[in-house]
Ligand binder design. Sequence first.
Ligand SMILES: Nc1ncnc2c1ncn2[C@@H]1O[C@H](COP(=O)(O)OP(=O)(O)OP(=O)(O)O)[C@@H](O)[C@H]1O
Ligand SMILES: [Mg+2]
Length: 1026
Amino acid sequence: MCFIALWDRAPLIEPTYVVASDGVRAMMESALTARDRVGVQDFVLLENHTSEAAFIENLRKRFKENLIYTYIGSVLVSVNPYKDLEIYTKNHMERYRGVNFYEVSPHLYAVSDNSYRSMRTERKDQCILISGESGAGKTEASKKILQYYAVTCPASEHVQTIKDRLLQSNPVLEAFGNAKTLRNDNSSRFGKYMDIQFDFKGAPVGGHIINYLLEKSRVVHQNHGERNFHIFYQLIEGGEEDLLRRLGLERNPQQYQYLVKSISCCRKYPGNCPKVSSINDRSDWKVVRKALTVIGFSEDEVEELLNIIASVLHLGNVQYGGEDSGNACITSDTQIKYLARLMSPLNLEQASSARDALSKAVYGRTFTWLVNKINASLAYTDDSYKNWSVIGLLDIYGFEVFQNNSFEQFCINYCNEKLQQLFIELTLKSEQEEYEAEGITWEPVQYFNNKIICDLVEEKFKGIISILDEECLRPGDASDITFLEKLEDTVGGHPHFVTHKLADGKTRKVMGRDEFRLLHYAGEVNYNVNGFLDKNNDLLFRNLKEVMCMSENKILNQCFDREELTDKKRPDTAATQFKASLAKLMEILMSKEPSYIRCIKPNDSKQAGRFDEVLIRHQVKYLGLMENLRVRRAGFAYRRRYEVFLQRYKSLCPDTWPNWRGKLADGVATLVKHLGYKPEEYKLGRSKIFIRFPKTLFATEDALETRKHSLGESPQHVLLSLPTIGIQAWWRGILARRRAQRRRQAADTIRRFIKGFIYRHQERCPENEYFLDYVRYSFLMKLRRNLPKNVLDKSWPTPPAALTEASEHLRKMCMQNMVWTYCKRISPEWKHQMEQKMIASEIFKDKKDNYPQSVPKLFVSTRLNGEEINPKVLQALGTEKMKYAVPVTKYDRKGYKARPRQLLLTANCAIIVEEAKLKQRIDYKALKGVSVSSLSDGLFVLHVPSDDNKQKGDVVLQSDHVIETLTKVAICADKINNININQGSITFTVGQGKEGIIDFTPGSELLVAKAKNGHLSVTAPRLNSR
Ligand SMILES: Nc1ncnc2c1ncn2[C@@H]1O[C@H](COP(=O)(O)OP(=O)(O)OP(=O)(O)O)[C@@H](O)[C@H]1O
Ligand SMILES: [Mg+2]
């Protein structure tokens, strides 16, 4: 909220500044100006702002001149005039509409308008908190604010209905929830918080009411000089003959016990006081009856509602007499026979209190039903637009101190402590914190933080409410007195709590033994504990509830839910419910920008023109007004964010007009320098400018006013004054249409999809076309996201039936593509390696035990380099190029002696070399084949033709790289198909037709030796089970 301080603007307003065409306004302003010379319009301007006497004197001066409103900064102080002042006319409303807070004299319309504008421009929810004691004018203020919005806000047909309903909710709620008390002829006996919801055009479009703690006890009993709720008298006085007959009522309030319980209160009507001069029940009835219709009650609903009201009156007339047994029996001649049965086991007193409990419960629940019903009629029905803004109005009971204070006052005063806490939190504390946050040096103002009292009442386990609940719930003989004792034990030492027992002699004299005293922020209050437990329990006999559940009255049927009977959980106590609802209220208020109206009652006799100083001083104290003023004066009167300040006043300085391009803070500094602000007049914070005195701002505002006139004709001005509203509406219209279209499309899609799903197994047809296409599309999209990452990745999403074939094609293409891409990327060396590996795989895969171990090892181009081969050998090779060389072990053909040799492969032959000698040369053409075992050994036999004399027979060799060696042999000799892998044994020729045999057996380790049978025996470990 903008913290704009208000001060005596009068001498600064020149009628010439007022829009010339608006003659009425000019006249009014000058008239007000004259009157406002009396006192100061803002207490901030008081010479001696710390003096309570000066404060009250200012109030008195203004009150005498019928100036009932005065500000403390942005807080409005209002004194009840107890007479009609001509300050709430339509002209007055117009005068405050859209005008800056400080341009006009204080009024609740200024507060209303300021909240409204803040809501619209800053799009922040607002709330207006109206406080003050009973009769101070809270409800009147809240009604006037509502009227202001109803008159000044934009309207349309729908909005008009809502406006009417908002306004008409008041007489209905007042009829059922207000009553004449000693302090106020129209005292609200419930707390009320009302949200008014506004759409983007600023038109009121809905509302919502939350009610707090109705004083139900009033239904069955009223203090001397007070009345029951208005509706009872209105119905009896104003109800049509027919209606009364149907309800079985007589047109005489004195017939009804619940209306005459406050006997001997009124001299004019000895015996009872149903009539009050300021109240006209008959005409009020007409208003209420009409309001019910406007709100949307059907004739039947009205009848049912009134039926309940009549029933309560009848119930009050049920009288009991004692039976011989001591039990109650109904003696009155009403026909409510069932009551006799219901209450028969009770004694007289119990029966009466059960009857009263029923009346209270019925009335209380009906009231809640009524609020819900009104809420339903105020609810904004356009679901598409949830983006409304809200102004909340809180009209809740003020601080109450009576001769005898009970549970109700305890709750009410607790509520006021909470509100005071909120006030502290939101204004006093936040004011100081703001200075700190902005880096402005400021002396902190001491104020009393009433949190300690809130804690005393509400703290878990230790607070008064917890102790009360404990007494209510514990088994055994709990009573109001044991509750008091428990309090003494638990919170006896608290500085804000006293009882007769704990008090000093002086206090004892003014305290009863059954009382406890709370030292509230507003003053001391003695609470009598009698009735605390019962009121907190708020129980209704189960059988009474059962009967209510069976009622044919539709409203009662909704009020008494059957589930309640079966629900084993005990309902929360009244105090706990109230505590929870207050916590919720605090949350609601905390989330909004608050404005305050502090109402003061000038005298106890409801008289116009009487200013009772003692009474007023007390209220000034407990409303915390002096403290509030102290804080305002200690700091700065006005503060604004740089951008807002610059935006408003930039036209006053050539450097900042039309636009400032640099940092905001620099812009503001330039602007105020140009305006000639003196250093003591302002401070620049981190994000805001703070102006100490109102007059500085006035001068700036005046300058702006003059500047506006000179800018009046400029194109910028024309642009600025374009109806932004229209543009906004147009743009929002477009957005809304787009949204609606999108929603339509979405609905169509969903519909088509569902239909398609139903027809999905049928041939393609218009019904399933969309769905099938969608399924295909989503499969392809899924496939696209989940394609195999490499050739070894064999995953592939399952296709829908219609795409099985296509999916298979795609899978192949994908694989080919991956292979192709892979091949394209590999180097010639790697390709060669792969080719060799492929050949090795063809020959050995799944056939020889040590093949798998060879796979990850690269084949090398040779195992022996130039230096490792004897130069003579190289010389002997001549031009023949060596392709591969590997050290091998040769086994003699006869003795199988192992000898180290080298095996060289050239383009044409394999050569076995011993040191410098070429021992044996085997032309590939002559190589018949190669034999090797299936085990993990490295032995192999090169078979040569036995008739070749040049050869000395087959060669038995062993290589540590047998897979590699034999692959090279197979490639060089082109003998891929001639590598034989043998199980068990290999037979080879030794020369001259003789044969040798190598036996292979699996074993634990590699062993090569000549066996007894003359065979070469090879034991090789089994590495893989094939
Ligand atoms: N601005 C006003 N102008 C004229 N009369 C007023 C004004 N405000 C209040 N009154 C008078 O004072 C009476 C009490 O005011 P109101 O009902 O608003 O008090 P309240 O603060 O709501 O009290 P309670 O806490 O008992 O509900 C009104 O019925 C009306 O007669
Ligand atoms: Mg009221």
